[in-house]
Structures are given as structure tokens and as C-alpha cells.
Design a protein. Structure first.
Length: 465
RNA sequence: GGUGGGGUGGCAGAGUGGUUGAAUGUACCGGUCUUGAAAACCGGCAGGCCCGUCAGGGUCUCGAGGGUUCGAAUCCCUCCCCCACCGCCA
């Protein structure tokens, strides 16, 4: 969430942010509610101050009177009662005032809070303006030797490509029918070498992060309380996207949600903590199962491994001090990490600078990395798919938006309390990444060459089929 | 799931209606002493929000929420969590 003081001082920054992100949040309404709330709060606090002062002054006196009253009779008793009534009058008026203020604040707060939570992090100045994914700007592309983006798959490789759907069927790597039988649409079963390839890719990515990047591998909960979802910025906007475990409806405990990314567990870890300055930056990675309802995506990418309800992902996050330059440096390192991994896997890809309209509420900058998937896209004149890029990674800078919500802070060298900056990035998501992997490494006979870096994780197997 | 105990500041631990945001210890930071260190002594040491240019002031926070009261860490209600033992179990 954003800093309300900052909003009051520079409302236009946030109005523009909302506009550029193509969102709709009534900033003026929020400002009006905020002002009203503060005015009432001030009144209430004045009344309370008076109440406290009186309490200290006359409180003990009243206590003494009441004690005396217990043993008193007749004229003395009524005299004491009168004194007491007089003393009680003033606090009673103040109490009514405090309560009235409280009622009015309670009436305002739900809308105030709800609007506040919806205000997005304004995009960085250098993020190109745009309405949506179509306005994203390609930064660069890379392809392994022997692969030319300007040529068709057949022109590159000398044979027509099979789609990953055909390949997994051919080699028995994935069983969609039984997945659907058990769990419904967009479910699947990883099978045999398919499962081993899936695991190999994940293990390779975790080891890469731990051994070559010095990140701490973690195992974090994938079932979390609502606070974690709100704190990490996925709620309220993404509520429909998460599976909801209604424990409260059973009359026990609290509701839980399945996380759609390891980011939730990694960032929720230090919620409400004040981190020692020396502990920064935090560099964490995790491999976790991710659950997504894909609400609103009905009919989109219905076939294959592209859009599924459950998958596994290696995610990295960095929590660093509130420093723009440092945050940008980590962002660059994250992107470099992804490029190193994709290159080592022999996959072709491009980097996209996401435009303002394609950013979410919580990020100020995002780079998407799309891998080339030969089996994707339209069917060409030769009857083979033309191929297309498909998103496999994204790396975001969140400024202090997420740590503010999580209440994750540190004391800087001057002793000042600050919200940390956060970043997150997909290291690898599988089985989606198996799409380009299988399709790019397929041979004319349909066999698939396993990239060298994965072989140690596959018991030395160099080829599938 | 059953029974019992408990949630107070970084930690430990007082505190059962009235200057208690909270004693005391410890940790931590600064200082004195010392060749240096330790010890000892002195001082400092919670966050949020609001007002204020500053100095500073006000308010809230003792698991969470509600209630009683002129006044609640202290009394009442609801919920959450933790610990111990038993049962079950990957």
C-alpha cells in the first residue's frame, strides 16, 4: 500500500499512477474521507486528553467518596451522593463525545481503508506508457546458435515441429485425461520421464540460486492466512484468483488460501518485523507448488501445459534497503539470472519492458521474459504452427509497496525506521517451461535431447525417446 | 480429538480497577575508569497515528475483537494462538 502522507502531499503523483496503470480508484474520494477521518480523530483525541486529565485529578477523589459512601447513612449519605454526581457529570459528557466520534470514524473507515488498499504503486518514470500487453516494448532477444527468429522452425531445423502436446503424448510424459478425470479441467498428471524432467528443471534452478547466486533456499507454507495474501498485495484485487479453504465455515480456526506463488510465503516470513540493518539484503528462493483458479480465463489456452491450475515454481525475492539504485541493481541481477538459465537450457527468448498498463497494483516496474514456443501460435500455410512467444518469467520491482503492507521494516544507519524495498522474480516455472524445452529440443524423429545441464538431475539420461 | 496451563517491551519476568507505556533483571548503544579488555558505575533504549517549521505536545497499543466502569494490562463475553500430557497419524 502507499504512504497516505505522500498521497496528501502529492496527490497528482497517485492520480497519474492510477491513470497510467489504467485502473480506477477514486483518489479524491479517498482524500476527502481521509480528511474527514482526521478531523474527527483530532476532536476525539482532544476529548480523550481531557478525560485522562480529569481521571487523574478527580478519579482518586471519586474512589474515596465511593468508599465513604458505603458506610454512610442519612444526611451524610445524600450529601456524598450529590458530590459524587457532580464529579461524574463532566466525564459523562466527554464520554458521550468520544463515543460519538468513534461511531463516525467507524462509519468512514471501511470505505477509507478499502480505497487506500486499492491505490496502486505509481509506475517508475522510465516505464513506457501504454494500455496493455500490446504496448510492451521489446528490449532484446537471444537465441542459441543455429536458431534464427526470422526463419520458420522447418527452415531452421529441417523438419516440421511437433507441438508439446504431441511430444508428451508420444513419450508418455503427461497424462491429461486422467488429470481431468481426477480434478477437472486444466489438471494433468506428470508421468515417468516427464516427472523427472519437471523435477530436474526445478532442482537445477534451486541449485543455481543457492550455489551460484548465494540465495537461501526455503520451504515455506503454500496454505496461508488472509493477512499474508493482503500483505503481499495479492488481495483484495486477486481474491478470485486464489483457492479458498473455508475452515471458518466448519466452525474451527480461520480461513486459509492456497498461494499462487512462492512469493507469498517468502515475503510473509518477515511480516511485522523490524530487521537488523546488517541482515539486508535478504536473498531468498523457494520451490513451491502454485495454485491458480484462472478465473476469467475461461476458454483461453485450454489445451496443454500452458495454463493450468497447479504447477511448481522456483521463485526468488530480494528485500533490500529503501534505495532506488540498489533495487534497480538487484532487478538487473534477477534478469541476468533468468537469462543465464534460459541460455544454459538452449531456449530462445525475448525481454519485454512492460508498459504502465500491464503492471499490477504492487509493482513500479516489470520485465517479462517470453520464451519461444515453436508449437504455439497460428497454423501456417505448411500446416505447422508458426510458433509464438509465451511468457515464462517476470521480474518486478515493488518499491516499498509490499513491505508497507507487510509492515516489514528496518532501522537505517541514522536510526530512522524505514520500510524495505522488495523485488521478486520467477527463476523457473514448470511444467510451463517444458513447453519450449520439449519443442525446441525435439528431433526429426520426435525424440527430445535433454539439455546438458539437466542430465545430472535425470540420472544421466541424454535423450527422451 | 480429550484434559490442563498460558499469551505483558529484543528476551526474561512483576503487576487482579486509579500518575502503569508498564517495576526489576538481561541484552543492546553511549560515557567514566583501564595500556587494552572484563568488572564496576552513570546515562540512553518500543512502535503507530494526529497536531507543530522546530522545540515539543496529544492519543492509541499488555494475543484479537467487543462489553462493564468516571477510569481496565487488571473484571465479563467471543475468537485466535502457544505450551504440556494422552489418543490418532504422513
Amino acid at each position: 500500500m502507499i504512504d497516505l502522507k505522500e498521497l496528501r502531499d502529492h496527490p497528482d503523483r497517485f492520480r497519474n499512477g492510477v491513470r497510467d496503470k489504467c485502473m480506477e480508484v477514486d483518489i479524491d474520494r479517498l482524500l476527502a474521507l481521509d480528511e474527514a477521518r482526521r478531523a474527527i480523530l483530532a476532536r476525539q483525541e482532544t476529548a480523550r486528553a481531557e478525560q485522562n486529565r480529569l481521571g487523574k485529578e478527580t478519579g482518586p477523589k471519586m474512589g474515596a467518596l465511593k468508599t465513604k459512601l458505603k458506610g454512610a447513612i442519612g444526611e451524610e449519605k445524600s450529601q456524598l451522593e450529590r458530590e459524587l454526581a457532580e464529579l461524574e457529570q463532566k466525564p459523562a459528557v466527554l464520554k458521550a463525545e468520544v463515543q460519538e466520534c468513534e461511531a463516525r470514524i467507524n462509519a468512514i473507515e471501511p470505505e477509507w481503508r478499502s480505497l487506500w488498499m486499492q491505490v496502486p504503486q505509481p509506475p517508475s518514470d522510465d516505464v513506457p506508457k501504454g494500455k496493455g500487453a500490446d504496448d510492451n516494448v521489446e528490449i532484446r532477444r537471444w537465441s542459441p546458435t543455429g536458431w534464427d527468429f526470422n526463419k520458420s522452425f522447418e527452415a531452421n531445423r529441417g523438419f516440421k515441429p511437433r507441438t508439446h502436446l504431441e511430444l508428451v503424448k508420444m513419450h508418455g510424459l503427461v497424462d491429461f485425461e486422467r488429470g481431468v478425470k481426477m480434478s477437472g479441467t486444466r489438471h494433468y498428471v506428470m508421468w515417468g520421464l516427464g516427472m523427472r524432467l519437471h523435477q530436474a528443471v526445478l532442482r537445477y534452478a534451486v541449485d543455481f540460486m543457492a550455489d551460484r547466486r548465494g540465495f537461501s533456499p526455503m520451504g515455506v507454507p503454500v496454505i496461508v492466512k488472509e493477512e499474508c495474501m493482503v500483505g503481499t498485495g495479492f488481495f483484495p484485487a486477486g481474491r478470485e484468483q486464489a483457492y479458498h479453504i473455508e475452515e471458518s465455515a466448519r466452525g474451527s480456526g480461520h480461513d486459509l488460501f492456497l498461494t499462487g506463488t512462492g512469493e507469498v510465503g517468502l515475503m510473509g516470513l518477515h511480516a511485522d518485523e523490524i530487521l537488523p540493518l546488517e541482515s539486508l539484503p535478504l536473498k531468498y528462493c523457494t520451490v513451491s507448488t502454485c495454485f491458480r483458479r484462472e478465473a476469467g480465463a475461461a476458454g483461453k489456452d485450454t489445451a496443454g501445459l500452458y495454463r493450468i491450475h497447479q504447477f511448481d515454481k522456483v521463485e526468488q525475492v530480494v528485500v533490500c534497503r529503501a534505495d532506488e539504485a540498489e533495487s534497480r541493481a538487484w532487478h538487473a541481477q534477477m534478469i541476468e539470472t533468468v537469462e543465464m538459465i534460459l541460455q544454459s537450457l538452449g531456449l530462445a527468448y525475448r525481454l519485454l519492458q512492460c508498459c504502465t498498463g500491464d503492471l499490477g497494483v504492487k509493482n513500479e516496474d516489470m520485465i517479462d521474459i517470453e520464451s519461444w514456443m515453436p508449437g504455439r501460435g497460428e497454423i501456417g500455410a505448411d500446416g505447422a504452427p508458426t510458433g509464438a512467444f509465451g511468457e515464462t518469467h517476470s521480474a518486478s520491482r515493488l518499491n516499498d509497496f509490499q513491505c508497507r503492507r507487510l509492515n516489514l521494516r528496518y532501522k537505517d544507519e541514522t536510526g530512522k525506521m524505514r520500510f524495505a524495498y522488495a523485488l521478486n522474480n520467477t527463476v523457473i516455472a514448470s511444467p510451463r517451461v517444458l513447453i519450449p524445452l520439449l519443442e525446441m529440443h525435439q528431433q526429426a524423429d520426435g525424440s527430445v535431447v535433454v539439455p546438458e545441464v539437466l542430465r545430472p538431475y535425470m540420472g544421466g539420461i541424454a535423450r527422451i525417446g
